[in-house]
Design a protein around this ligand. Structure first.
Ligand code: PLP
Length: 424
């Protein structure tokens, strides 16, 4: 086979994927892989879903593309309606893009324009958290706190404040209650706002359940409500990034519903298109939208493929499937089962430090020493070895190294399709 694709790695060519069916992928040599992580929490309906395929065929036969500078489209409008109906309170508008990084970029730019429209041009700063990932484009990368991903592009990244993570396994102090810990972690935002000058800050961004950089670490109860309170006190917009944890992955359509918090801006992607089409969405409150609508009337942003009818048709079929097949309840049930089995099988393993997550979004943190929580030496590349061993055995999972100040272990993220069965 010719080898001209410039992929993620220049070291070797991965197997050629030729077919997907349910929870399995097949390569050109006929080998079968159980998709235990949906790539990176993408394939929430599994592969080759008949309803999504039919929706795509229907849309292709009617209209493949109409530029949003001239038109809206039926699937884009229907998808926006469905997302708003399922979204946390106050979310009224949907901006459709092609993926997670684009959704985050749009959120940051919309936050900036919002403050310009309401006459607060001094607000331009973003505060984020150390253990976070918000995408690989320059704005989103600047917001993210993953030191390894940022390092070589540092001169290109706009300065961003990163406060402490919310990570009870490592940060909760001895004798401290979970509630006190959550409050302490959230109060770091207030300290940072006061240090920066609160009226220079436009937004705080966080993942309700941290995915790629931490391995399914949910905010502790009370943390996000406290964050919401602090944002409100200082007039800062709250952006919740649910690119990975949204669209039912945690057993709720939007993870923040579990925390009882509604953001000002909310991003989703991965599970939205479920791998059938590249798509992401930015949801905004009526208040943010109205500031633009009653001001300049124009969000100064836009990509050629935004609101793409094919992508919107696929996402609409995905959202419909999640709702009509009652998959959220299934995610909660299967997630509880997965958690229980992980604890049974790995709970006493000398190198398993923590098992955590929500729904079908589970993380296993690996440590050299369980008692001290000391991580493995990163030079050992434990996560790479696990990924390779699992792949060789026909399992796709999503391991990552511990990259945060040397104070996180390697972890393995599991995010199987919502249709996975007990045997699988
Ligand atoms: N935000 C979060 C929380 C993510 O996990 C990711 C991807 O892993 C992104 C943003 C970027 O999404 P994409 O890779 O679709 O650009």
């Amino acid at each position: 086979m010719p080898d001209h694709v410039f992929g993620r790695s220049t070291r070797g060519v991965p197997p050629v994927a030729v077919r997907g069916e349910g929870c399995y992928l097949f390569d050109a040599a006929g080998k079968r892989y159980l998709d235990g992580s949906g790539g990176a929490a993408v394939s929430c309906l599994g592969h080759s879903d008949p309803d999504v395929r039919a929706a795509l065929h229907r849309q292709l036969d009617r209209l493949a593309f109409a530029h949003t500078g001239f038109f809206t489209s039926e699937p884009a409008e229907a998808l926006a309606d469905a997302l708003v109906a399922a979204a946390p309170e106050g979310m009224e508008r949907v901006y459709l893009v092609s993926g997670g990084s684009e959704a985050v970029e749009a959120a940051i730019k919309l936050a900036r324009q919002y403050f310009l429209e309401i006459g607060q041009p001094q607000r331009h700063r973003v505060v984020a958290r150390r253990q976070s990932y918000h995408g690989n484009t320059l704005g989103a990368l600047a917001a993210g706190g993953n030191a390894w991903r940022r390092a070589q592009f540092a001169p290109l990244l706009v300065e961003t404040s990163h406060i402490v993570r919310c990570y009870a396994y490592r940060e909760q102090a001895a004798g401290e209650s979970l509630a006190d810990y959550g409050r302490r972690a959230a109060d770091a935002l207030e300290e940072e706002l006061l240090r920066l000058g609160p009226d220079t800050v436009m937004a705080f961004i966080a993942e309700p359940v941290v995915g790629a950089t931490a391995g399914a670490v949910p905010a502790v109860p009370g943390y996000l409500p406290r964050i919401r309170e602090i944002c409100d006190r200082y007039g800062v917009l709250l952006i919740l990034d649910e690119v990975m944890c949204g669209m039912g992955r945690t057993g709720r359509m939007f993870a923040c519903k579990e925390d009882g918090v509604a953001p000002d801006l909310l991003t989703v992607a991965k599970g939205l298109g479920a791998g059938y089409q590249p798509i992401g969405a930015l949801l905004a409150t009526g208040r943010v939208y109205e500031a633009i609508a009653s001001g300049s009337g124009f969000f100064q942003h836009g990509h050629t493929y935004m609101g793409h009818p094919m992508a919107a048709a696929a996402a609409l079929a995905v959202v419909t499937a999640i709702q009509e097949r009652d998959l959220l309840a299934q995610v909660r049930r299967r997630g509880a089962r997965l958690d229980a089995r992980l604890r049974e099988v790995l709970g006493d393993h000398p190198h398993v430090g923590d098992i955590r997550g929500r729904g079908l979004f589970r993380g296993i943190e690996l440590v050299r020493d369980r008692a001290t929580k000391e991580p493995f030496d990163p030079a050992l590349g434990i996560h790479r070895r696990i990924k390779a061993a699992a792949f060789a055995a026909g399992l796709i999972c999503y391991p990552m190294g511990g990259t945060i100040d040397g104070r996180s272990g390697d972890h393995v993220l599991l995010a199987p399709p919502y249709i996975i069965d007990d045997g699988q």
